[in-house]
Design a protein around this ligand. Structure first.
Ligand code: B12
Length: 291
């Protein structure tokens, strides 16, 4: 006689694999990593195959892969090979978005973003799709594979979309964060993504935007009394030339320096804190300072 296949409830699967129930549900939703059946009462039941996929996923993450990459590999390994129609939804959407942006097709790009934002949380879309896409776009631009036109089109469309998500982000009663790009700095998409993520943690955002002189940032900080001032820069030079103004700002509120142009050394010199993580993880870190 065939032994009955063991079916696990989510709590038991979580205990056996050491992965929280919330994260298991997120992996199921985002990547289709788990394929539970349901009891008559609607509870999910997981099979030994689900448990194997969770273990594989954990091991890939421990080897430093991103969650999206680890899930793709896990599904490919568990199924004994990849087929195009097995590709996780997020990857498919990323392809659609990339194709539409490369073709300068605004309607198709907006609808790929509409779909992915309906299917996944804003933060998953930011961390696993939009930010990696922009990074890759920069590489393709630098190697001549993407034109300046394609890069401008894509970054402006994404920036517009993020500002749409940011609408009303200064409302409410939470602590306020004042956000600005450093002097001369035009790259503000990382900062906007950070603002969207911090807003989701209950903060109010005042956004001064690109190329902000530090004197005006100080004036705004004095009048608004923010709990945090977050300055982002890609260029290290312009930021480090502003050392004395940055130090003065630190006398008004907690200053955080972010983006590829910030560094631990500069933060130390200017009594600021270096935010050396991606925009969503940075929002967690700043939000943790809330009194
Ligand atoms: C879009 C873009 C532009 C747009 C910016 C539009 C906008 N409103 O932001 C425009 C066309 C204006 C532009 C202009 C230029 N750009 Co440009 N640009 C890019 C591109 C393709 C994407 C930038 C982006 O938004 N990335 C998304 C962020 C979030 O990812 P990231 O930069 O990898 O950052 C990581 C961390 O540093 C951190 N992070 C980044 N920002 C923030 C902010 C906060 C608050 C936090 C917490 C974390 C954080 O999170 C990321 C990890 O998830 C990048 C390519 C790339 N590698 O990113 C080039 C890139 C940044 N640009 C570059 C260059 C050279 C330029 C120009 C000098 C080009 C020129 N000759 O004119 C100008 C400079 C303009 C200026 N004065 O600032 C270089 C920078 C090289 C360097 N290290 O100095 C890059 C890397 C391209 C390349 N591969 O060479 N650019």
């Amino acid at each position: 006689m065939e032994p009955a296949t063991e079916q696990l409830r989510i709590g038991e699967l979580s205990r056996r694999t050491g992965v929280s129930a919330e994260l298991l549900r997120a992996w199921e939703r985002r990547y289709g990593l788990l394929q539970p059946t349901r009891t008559g009462g609607g509870f999910r039941l997981y099979s030994p195959a689900d448990e194997r996929r969770v273990s594989l996923m954990r091991s890939h993450l421990q080897h430093g892969m991103s969650a999206a990459e680890a899930a793709r590999l896990t599904l490919a390994e568990a199924d004994g090979g990849t087929r195009d129609d097995d590709e996780p939804v997020l990857q498919r959407r990323a392809q659609e978005l990339r194709r539409a942006l490369d073709d300068l097709n605004e309607g198709a790009a907006q609808s790929a973003l509409d779909s992915v934002l309906a299917e996944f949380s804003t933060e998953t879309v930011l961390t696993d799709l939009v930010l990696p896409y922009l990074h890759e776009l920069g590489e393709r631009w630098a190697s001549g594979e993407a034109s300046v036109g394609q890069e401008h089109f894509a970054s402006q469309l994404i920036r517009g979309r993020l500002l749409g998500l940011a609408r009303g982000w200064d409302r409410g009663a939470g602590p306020r964060a004042l956000l600005a790009c450093g002097p001369g700095e035009q790259h503000d998409i990382g900062l906007i993504a950070f603002g969207v993520a911090l807003r989701a943690r209950g903060w109010r955002i005042t956004y001064l935007g690109q190329d902000t002189p530090l004197e005006t940032l100080a004036e705004s900080a004095r009048s608004l009394g923010p709990l945090a001032i977050v300055i982002s820069s890609v260029s290290p030079d312009r930021l480090s030339r502003s050392g004395s103004e940055l130090r003065r700002l630190a006398g008004i509120a907690h200053v955080w320096l972010a983006g590829p142009g910030a560094s631990e050394a500069l933060a130390k010199k200017t009594r600021a804190t270096f935010l050396d993580v991606d925009p969503v993880a940075a929002a967690d870190r700043v939000a943790a300072t809330r009194p």
